[in-house]
Each structure stands twice: as structure tokens, then as C-alpha cells.
Design a protein around this ligand. Structure first.
Ligand SMILES: Nc1nc2c(ncn2[C@@H]2O[C@@H]3COP(=O)(O)O[C@H]4[C@@H](O)[C@H](n5cnc6c(=O)[nH]c(N)nc65)O[C@@H]4COP(=O)(O)O[C@H]3[C@H]2O)c(=O)[nH]1
Length: 730
């Protein structure tokens, strides 16, 4: 605007100097420009912030309008233009002042704006910084939160994993617990005495008919399922375990929901809880099968399988118990030893089946004769023992009671028996002994009753006898002899004597080995006195083995000498020794050790061996026969051997018992028996040896009737050495 006014001032001044049309034209133009510019700027002047700009705008407008009017009012002369020159110049001067003020103001404003800008910039920077810092913080916060979230997520996953693992473990445990046979449980005894089962596996319902939930509410329901007899015992065991904090174990019976009674074995360990309760962790399982096996073993161990009666072991046990009790109550008891007369004959002639039936019926009759508290036992074979208890506090009252019981048994066993539809008669012999607490040895008492039973047999059978002091002396002597026998077996004291055996031409064929006991005080004791004792006590087995070994050693020694090399040696073998399970191995071992020729060894068996288990005997004899050993049947004719068996036995020789030989010339019966045995031997292809030949007459008789071999005092007594034709071989 200032330039436009300057141009207008110049144009006015020129036109005034020379109001030519060109100058006027230029003046018009400059005035128009000034108008235009003023129109542009007038708003700014009016609203200007510089003092006087409003007035200036009015004055400028006025000056311009007046110039315009002057130019419009023609003619335009120097004079009409003259006032305008000064006016325009004055306006221009004012505008210049104003412009300077505006400039100044602008400068100030610019400076103010700059500083404002600067402060704005700095505040913006601060804000940016703050924002940055805040942002960073925010980022850090976000990152932190992010890592917390990640950690939390991780922890959550871990928790989920451990929860899942725990759930799986619990499920697995429950599956195991539910499939384990029996019941796994937690049992709690509260301080107030209440029982609960906080946990039970599923087996509980199967055994006790109680659900785990019901047991968790009230544990006594579980105990109520036990059979009444066992309940108190189990509760007491629990109580003891709670007091001592020792494991609780018990075996008890429970009636299952299906009605079956089963045996359970329980084991649980207790723990005292802070609230005073006791908590057990435990399990129980079905032991019915073991119990049944245990029962069976007990039965086998203590009961006779045939009759179901107690056996010797249980009788011994009860007798010891009775002796102890009688000591306290001063009571007397009685032992009755019962043996069936002629049982062996029946068994042998009719067969074992009959024998077994008879034994079972005898057992039933005996049991019916006594009180519940008394004991009826079977010792084996046809031997029974009845033990009567509490017969009275003195012998005078006990004796008649025992006798009455004995007579009752005698009468009961005398009645006819029906065996396989056949009526059979059997009688017993009964030996009775009284006992009280002073009798401390069970085996002694049994011996006494046994001895009395033999007395009854001697007295004609089918009767009863009491043990008396004379018998007592025999028992004591027998006991003493038994301990001497044991000692001699340990320390040595036996010898073998040899009695020659000859053929029908008088040539020695061998000898029989006969044992002799050289007792340290009593001198030489006859085998007839100690062999039965050795048999009874079982000492016959070690004694028999000693004899066998000594005899085989002798045989081996004979083999070394031409005079004796062909001799055989007969060795007596007792029933008990032969029945020993290792007998065959024993013989085999002895033959091997001594180098004896088994073909020269002749084992003498007695007929009584054939009373039981003939098949087993035959099998053993056959095995020995395969080793080369020969057999002779001793005492032939005195027993009950069946001819049917005889044919099956691998024997070589029959021996006619010396009791027949003794009276062969005087007793026609014995003569017939001797002749029959010789004939039987011939028909079976066996050689026959007559033992106990003392006279020429006996020898002749036997020779005439075809006997092949002989043994007896006539040809030589048993000697510690073999004497023949002046040769002595030890
Ligand atoms: N009156 C008379 N007697 C004669 C005559 N000839 C022999 N004797 C005797 O008759 C017995 C024959 O033996 P046995 O019948 O086997 O009878 C034997 C036998 O059963 C048994 N015995 C002997 N030694 C043993 C052995 O080592 N083991 C076994 N288990 N028993 C044996 O002892 C029984 C008795 O033996 P010993 O006293 O030695 O008695 C022997 C013998 O001395 C005679 O002409 N007249």
C-alpha cells in the first residue's frame, strides 16, 4: 500500500506540474490501484491492532475519494490538483509511520511468536520426551506384563499338567486299588471312639457288602460284617494297635454278601493325628485258600487220613497238655491201648478194603463210647488209643471209671461189623494205665498201656488188663536198654557171628550173619532180646545198616580166599529197615563201598514184611534183584503170607522155621508143615533150607523129604569166625 501511495503521490505531483492527458491518465491509474489496494487492506486497518489505523483508513479513503472527485470534476487543473499533492503526501507519511509501527509490531509479534514457538517446541520436546519416556515405561510395563502373563501362562500350564498328572495318578491308583485283590483302606478311629473308613477300594462291597460311602460314614458297618466269633478279637487287636501305634494285623472271617464265608488277612500301619484320632493305612486280602491248605496240612499232620481220628502226634500233644492240666487240678486220667485181635489175618485174607472198612467202623464205635472231651486216636495199623481225662482226684475213684470205660469199649467193639454186606466179627485186646501229673513222660505212658495190652493178648485176647508194677519194671528195664543201645550204636559194641549153612551133601554153601551185642556191663546180649526193642524204637535202621556193612566187608574178605570165595552170606533184614525209603540205595552203596559180590549176598526177609503194601515191597525186591542180590524168606510158615504173593516175589529160598524143625519127629502137624513147605519150594522152583537142625534124626527126616539145605547146631553154632576144614577166616 505504501508503494501504491508513493506512486499516487508522484502521479499527483506530475499531473499538477503538467496536467497533460497522459499524466492524468497515469494519475487515474494510480488512483484506481490505490483504491483497489485500499479495498484489500481496509479490513486490516480497521481491525488493526495498531492504534490510529482505523482513523488512518477513514482518512485515506477520504483523501482518495476527494482526489477522485477532483478528477471527475473537469477540468482538472494544476490548482485543483495542488491540495491533493500535500494530502496524498501526508497520508503517505502517516501510512509510513503506521507501516513502521506495524513492522515494529510484527517484529515484536514475530519475536513473541518465535519465543512462543520455541517454548512450544521445548514443551513439545518435553512432551515428546515425556511421551517417549512414558512410552518406554509403557513398553517396559507392557513387556513386563507380557512376561508376567507368559510366566502365568507357563505356571498355569504347569498347574494344569500337574493337576492332570495328579488326576491321572489318582485314577491310576484308584484303578490299581480297585483291581488289587482284596481291599485297600484308610481307617480312622476318632478321639471319641467312632470308627470311619475315609477311603476304601471297591473290593469292600464285594467282601463286606458295604459301599465305600457307607463305610466312610460309619465304619462299624464293616466290622459288623465279620462273623460274630471274630469280631471281638479284631476290635481288641485294633485297640492294641491304636494304643501302641504298632501295625495292626489280624486274620478273620467275613460273610460275603453271597453267603460264602471267607478268611481275610489284614495289615495296617497306624499314625496318630494332631486331633487325637488314629489313622491306619492298610489292606486286607482273601486267604481262604491258604487257610484251607493250612487246615489240610494240619489234618495231615495231626489226623489219621483213613479214620479222621487224631494221630500219634496229636495224641502226644493232648497227653502232654493233660499231664500239665492234671498237675494243677490233681486229676487222674487213663490211657487205653486197643489192638484188634486177628486184624492182620482179616486184612490179609479179605483184602485191605475190608480192613480199612473195619478200622473206620471201630473208630466210629470208639468215638461213640467216650465223652466229647476225651480223645480217641489211631496210632497206625489196628492200634487205637483212648485218653480219658478227669476221672477223679484219687486212684480209688479213677480206676473203676477207667475199667467201666474199658468194658464199654470192649462190648462196643465185640458187636458184629457189616463189611461189604458181609457180617464180620472182631475182638479187641485193651491195655489200660492210669496217669496223673507225676507221670511226665508221654512215651513212657504209651509203653505202659501197650505193655498192658500185650498182657491182655497173653491172657487170651478179647479182654482188658491194667498195667501193674511188674510191667513197670519191664518198662524201666526196656528204657535203660534203649539208652544203652543208642550209646553202643554211637560208640560201637556190636559184632557179627556166622552160622554155617550146608547143602544136602554136607558141603558148606555159606553162612547166616547173626548180630551180637557186647554190652559193657551185661556181657553178650542175644538179638532175641534187643532186636524187638531196636524195632520198636527205630534203632533197627542204623543197626541193620551196620550189620549189612560188616557182612559185606566179610563177604569181600572171603572173596580173596579160594576156600571161601564161593560162600554166600545171609543177612537178616527187619521189616522196618526194609521199608525205609533209602534201603535200596543203602544196599547199593554198601556193595559199592565194600566190593562185595552181590550174587553172594542173601537178604533174609520175614513173612510179616508182606502184610502191607506188597506192591512196593515187590518193586524194591526187584530193584535189588537187578543188582544181583538174592532173597530168602525166613520163618516160613509162621506168618500169613499168601501163596499168590509168594509166586510174584523174586525169592530164591524158603526157610523152614526152627519151631517146625524142633518137633518134626514128634508132632505130626509140624511134620506135615515141613513136608508141605519142601513140596511148595519144589513146585515154585525155590530151594528150601531147614534151620534149627539139632539132631541127625531131624536131618535125616528132612533129607528124605527132599530138603536141600540145612542150618543148625548139628552143623555148627554161630561163631565170630568161619571155621571149616581147619581154616579160620575172620
Ligand atoms: N535152638 C536152636 N537155635 C538155633 C539153632 N541153630 C541156630 N539157632 C539160632 O536161631 C537163630 C536163627 O536166626 P533167625 O531165625 O534169623 O533169628 C534171629 C533173627 O531174627 C534175629 N537177628 C539176629 N541177627 C540179626 C540181624 O543182624 N538183624 C536182624 N534184623 N535180626 C537179627 O535174632 C534172631 C535170633 O538170633 P540168634 O539168637 O542168633 O539165634 C539164631 C541162632 O543162634 C539150633 O539148632 N537150635
Amino acid at each position: 500500500m505504501l508503494q501504491d501511495l508513493s506512486r499516487l503521490e508522484k502521479a499527483v505531483a506530475l499531473a499538477q506540474i503538467q496536467p497533460s492527458p497522459a499524466n492524468l491518465e497515469a494519475l487515474h491509474f494510480a488512483l484506481d490501484v490505490a483504491f483497489l489496494r485500499h479495498a484489500d487492506k481496509v479490513a486490516a486497518y480497521r481491525g488493526g491492532i495498531i492504534a490510529g489505523s482505523d482513523v488512518f483508513a477513514t482518512d485515506l479513503e477520504k483523501a482518495l475519494n476527494q482526489l477522485d472527485m477532483t478528477l471527475q470534476a473537469r477540468p482538472v487543473t494544476r490548482a485543483t490538483l495542488a491540495p491533493h499533492v500535500a494530502r496524498i503526501e501526508e497520508v503517505r507519511q502517516r501510512l509510513k509511520v503506521l507501516s513502521d509501527a506495524v513492522f515494529q509490531r510484527s517484529m515484536e509479534q514475530a519475536s513473541a511468536q518465535r519465543s512462543e514457538l520455541r517454548s512450544l517446541q521445548s514443551s513439545t520436546s518435553a512432551m515428546i520426551f515425556l511421551l517417549g519416556a512414558f512410552g518406554l515405561g509403557l513398553v517396559a510395563l507392557l513387556l513386563r506384563q507380557q512376561s508376567i502373563i507368559r510366566a502365568l501362562e507357563c505356571r498355569d500350564r504347569e498347574l494344569q499338567d500337574s493337576e492332570r498328572a495328579e488326576r491321572e495318578l489318582r485314577e491310576r491308583q484308584e484303578r490299581i486299588a480297585d483291581n488289587v485283590p482284596g481291599v485297600i483302606f484308610q481307617l480312622r478311629l476318632e478321639a471319641d471312639g467312632k470308627l470311619v473308613f475315609p477311603y476304601t477300594s471297591k473290593g469292600l462291597a464285594k467282601f463286606f457288602g458295604v459301599t465305600p460311602e457307607a463305610a466312610a460314614e460309619d465304619g462299624s458297618r464293616v466290622l459288623d460284617a465279620l462273623i460274630a466269633e471274630d469280631r471281638g478279637r479284631v476290635r481288641r487287636a485294633l485297640q492294641r494297635s491304636a494304643e501302641s501305634l504298632q501295625p495292626w494285623t489280624s486274620e478273620c472271617r467275613v460273610q460275603r454278601p453271597d453267603g460264602r464265608i471267607v478268611w481275610l488277612s489284614s495289615f495296617a500301619t497306624p499314625q496318630r493325628k494332631p486331633d487325637g484320632a488314629v489313622l491306619w493305612h492298610g489292606h486286607c486280602h482273601d486267604i481262604t485258600r491258604y487257610k484251607a491248605a493250612e487246615e489240610e496240612i494240619r489234618n495231615l499232620a495231626f489226623f489219621d487220613p483213613l479214620t479222621g481220628l487224631p494221630n500219634r502226634r496229636l495224641l502226644t500233644d493232648r497227653l502232654s497238655h493233660a499231664l500239665a492240666t492234671h498237675g494243677r487240678n490233681r486229676q487222674h486220667g487213663a490211657l487205653l491201648f486197643i489192638d484188634l485181635d486177628n486184624f492182620k489175618t482179616l486184612n490179609d485174607t479179605q483184602g485191605h478194603q475190608y480192613g480199612d472198612q473195619l478200622l473206620c467202623q471201630v473208630a466210629a464205635r470208639l468215638s461213640a463210647c467216650v465223652r466229647e472231651a476225651d480223645t480217641v486216636a489211631r496210632l497206625g495199623g489196628d492200634e487205637f488209643v483212648v485218653m480219658l481225662e478227669e476221672l477223679g482226684t484219687d486212684v480209688a475213684s479213677a480206676l473203676p471209671r477207667a475199667e467201666t470205660a474199658g468194658e464199654k469199649i470192649l462190648a462196643a467193639l465185640n458187636g458184629a461189623y457189616l463189611l461189604n454186606g458181609q457180617e464180620v466179627h472182631s475182638t479187641p485186646s485193651i491195655g489200660i494205665t492210669l496217669f496223673d501229673a507225676r507221670d511226665s513222660r508221654v512215651d513212657e505212658l504209651l509203653k505202659r498201656a501197650d505193655l498192658a495190652m500185650y498182657e491182655a493178648k497173653e491172657a487170651g485176647r478179647n479182654t482188658l488188663r491194667f498195667f501193674d508194677p511188674v510191667m513197670q519194671a519191664t518198662v524201666e528195664a526196656s528204657s535203660a536198654l534203649e539208652s544203652d543201645l543208642r550209646r553202643s550204636l554211637r560208640e560201637g559194641g556190636f559184632a557179627l557171628h556166622y552160622q554155617p549153612q550146608l547143602d544136602r551133601d554136607g558141603n558148606p554153601t555159606g553162612a547166616e550173619a547173626l548180630v551180637r551185642w557186647l554190652h559193657p556191663e551185661k556181657g553178650m546180649i542175644s538179638p532175641a532180646d534187643f532186636i524187638p526193642l531196636a524195632e520198636r524204637t527205630g534203632l533197627i535202621v542204623p543197626l541193620g545198616n551196620w550189620v549189612l556193612e560188616a557182612a559185606c566187608r566179610q563177604l569181600a574178605a572171603w572173596q580173596q580166599d579160594a576156600h571161601t570165595a564161593s560162600l554166600s552170606l545171609a543177612v537178616n533184614v527187619s521189616v522196618r529197615q526194609f521199608r525205609h525209603p533209602d534201603f535200596v540205595e543203602e544196599v547199593e552203596g554198601v556193595i559199592r563201598r565194600t566190593g562185595a559180590n552181590p550174587a553172594r549176598l542173601k537178604l533174609e526177609l520175614t513173612e510179616s514184611l508182606l502184610l502191607d503194601d506188597v506192591e512196593e515191597i515187590i518193586s524194591k525186591m526187584t530193584r535189588l534183584r537187578q543188582l544181583g542180590v538174592c532173597f530168602s524168606l525166613d520163618d516160613f510158615g509162621t506168618g500169613y503170607s499168601s501163596l499168590a504173593y509168594l509166586k510174584r516175589l523174586p525169592i530164591d529160598q524158603l526157610k523152614i522155621d526152627r519151631s517146625f524143625v524142633r518137633d518134626v519127629l514128634t508132632d505130626p502137624n509140624d511134620a506135615v508143615i515141613a513136608r508141605t513147605i519142601i513140596a511148595l519150594g519144589h513146585s515154585l522152583g525155590l530151594n528150601v533150607l531147614a534151620e534149627g537142625v539139632e539132631t541127625e534124626a531131624q536131618h535125616r527126616f528132612l533129607l528124605e523129604h527132599g530138603c536141600h539145605h540145612f542150618q543148625g547146631f548139628l552143623f555148627g553154632r554161630p561163631r565170630p569166625v568161619w571155621r571149616e576144614a581147619g581154616v579160620v577166616v575172620v
